[in-house]
Design a protein around this ligand. Structure first.
Ligand code: HEC
Ligand code: HEC
Ligand code: HEC
Length: 216
């Protein structure tokens, strides 16, 4: 289990919410889509001290022409309200953990991921194809429990409906999750020890900088 350094009395003196403290200002420049590649960061602290960090290959030209932003809540909390899951695998794992997709069905994870990541023209098409896909596959697996098969089909349809919207071109990974670094770069877009200041220091990428392993 990980304890996050969120700030407050029990923290290690560092706080994740430091970025959003109005006394500090973090500006950054991105290249490419979805703000996933950060090439320049400028931090201004409460005393007005400025520190600039650059990614290795960032040129002055790229920094001038990239999109610039001041960091606020939604730079990390970017999937609030309607969290589109960044990966189909994670959603299938969750359905398996919750027992909605029975772990006793052979190849349940592989088949589930295959069916919900296939390309469909509409949600209706998808829902029908997922149901058919699950039933066809388990018709060929001797001994698969019919009730478990029906439940798995329903669960996978629900997962699809909540996360993929063909008419809006929204699908897995359309909205990368920026609040961690497990399914997309997130914090490590900056905290990778490779965004360097003139004095040689870098935005910290140590594992214990943000969280600490605790024994249960
Ligand atoms: C746009 C770049 C950027 C992103 C994205 C970013 N940080 Fe930071 N962060 C910084 C900079 C710059 C500092 C200050 C320099 C340093 O301490 O290395 C900092 C400082 C921190 C600190 C120390 C604050 C203090 O109290 O001194 C923590 C903790 C931290 N970040 C956690 C995170 C976490 C967790 C995420 C992802 C949810 C994240 N950061 C995402 C740029 C970023
Ligand atoms: C540097 C990234 C970052 C920024 C900026 C940020 N947060 Fe967070 N926030 C986190 C992380 C990481 C967590 C802990 C993980 C979780 O709860 O999912 C968190 C947790 C929270 C929580 C849950 C309560 C808690 O302490 O666990 C609330 C509420 C919250 N943030 C609100 C905000 C608001 C409001 C802002 C803007 C003023 C903001 N956050 C800015 C990263 C950030
Ligand atoms: C800049 C801050 C930061 C750094 C550096 C960082 N992490 Fe994280 N890590 C986070 C945040 C924030 C989350 C939680 C995201 C959430 O709960 O949504 C997280 C989540 C995780 C998780 C998932 C925990 C779970 O229960 O899902 C693991 C594992 C992990 N980190 C390992 C590491 C390792 C190993 C390193 C060093 C190589 C590292 N982290 C470096 C901020 C950081």
């Amino acid at each position: 289990m990980l304890k996050m350094h969120m700030g407050g009395p029990s923290s290690e003196g560092r706080s994740i919410h430091w970025h959003a403290d109005p006394a500090n200002r973090i500006e950054y420049v991105t290249a490419g889509e979805n703000r996933q590649t950060i090439i320049y960061v400028k931090a201004t602290d409460a005393k007005g001290q400025v520190k600039e960090y650059r990614a290795d290959n960032a040129t002055d030209q790229a920094i001038r022409s990239g999109a610039r932003r001041t960091m606020d809540c939604v730079d990390c909390h970017n999937t609030v309200g309607h969290p589109i899951s960044p990966t189909a695998e994670r959603m299938v794992d969750r359905a398996i953990a919750a027992g909605e997709v029975s772990a006793k069905l052979p190849f349940a994870r592989r088949e589930g991921v295959r069916l919900i990541t296939a390309s469909y023209a509409s949600q209706d098409d998808a829902v029908n194809a997922i149901d058919r896909g699950v039933r066809d596959f388990y018709a060929k697996q001797p001994g698969a429990d019919a009730q478990a098969v029906a439940r798995a089909a329903t669960a996978l349809q629900d997962v699809y409906r909540r996360n993929v919207f063909p008419s809006m071109k929204v699908t897995w990974s359309s909205y990368p999750e920026n609040k961690g670094h497990i399914t997309s770069p997130g914090c490590t877009r900056c905290h990778d020890d490779a965004h360097k200041a003139k004095d040689g220091s870098a935005i910290n990428g140590d594992c214990e900088y943000c969280h600490k392993e605790i024994q249960k």
